[in-house]
Design a protein around this ligand. Structure first.
Ligand SMILES: [Zn+2]
Length: 173
């Protein structure tokens, strides 16, 4: 369920997750409002910046220390340290992604399709402060769907998308 406020009349509205990002008709005033998406993950570049901040500060300290003797030695030390950190993080990313893909390919695809990533989404705070409901959104939704299907059988076809009406629709304005 997504809860949001109508742009036109300010009424509290509720709608199913499958409408996320689509245009919806307010039942109270008729205004078309964009249904908000689920809470987005922290951008990956922000997480990377947080991961690299600590080694950068340490490297900078060594850089200042070395530059007393030789500025270029300091520069090489800082560059080398940062490149090593990026290579290490890249290695962890590849291992986590390949491992997840090999152990559960279907869940991996769902996860990636929703913009998630097994490595970024399993990093602890302070690097990634997203709550589990955001990190594992696709996996939770899939689990819920499978549980519902086990109880109620396959779901009915989704409701028609009002932003997707064709010109030959008699209701098209
Ligand atoms: Zn309204």
């Amino acid at each position: 369920m997504i809860q949001f406020v109508c742009d036109g009349c300010g009424q509290q509205l509720k709608i199913g997750d499958e409408w996320s990002g689509k245009l919806g008709h307010c039942p109270y005033c008729g205004t078309n409002s964009r249904v908000p998406g689920y809470p987005r993950r922290t951008p990956k570049w922000k997480i990377l910046a947080r991961l690299l901040a600590a080694p950068f500060i340490v490297g900078l300290g060594y850089f200042l220390l070395f530059s007393i003797v030789d500025v270029w030695a300091g520069v090489y030390f800082l560059m080398g340290g940062m490149i090593w950190c990026v290579v290490m993080l890249g290695f962890c990313w590849v291992v986590t992604n390949v491992g997840t893909f090999l152990s559960c390919p279907r869940e991996y695809r769902l996860w990636k399709k929703g913009g998630g990533d097994p490595w970024f989404d399993t990093l602890d705070p302070p690097f990634n402060n997203d709550p589990p409901s955001v990190r594992y959104f696709e996996l939770y939704r899939e689990k819920e769907r499978m549980e519902n299907e086990a109880i109620f059988g396959p779901p009915p076809p989704p409701p028609p998308d009002p932003s997707d009406r064709r010109m030959d629709d008699p209701n098209f304005l």
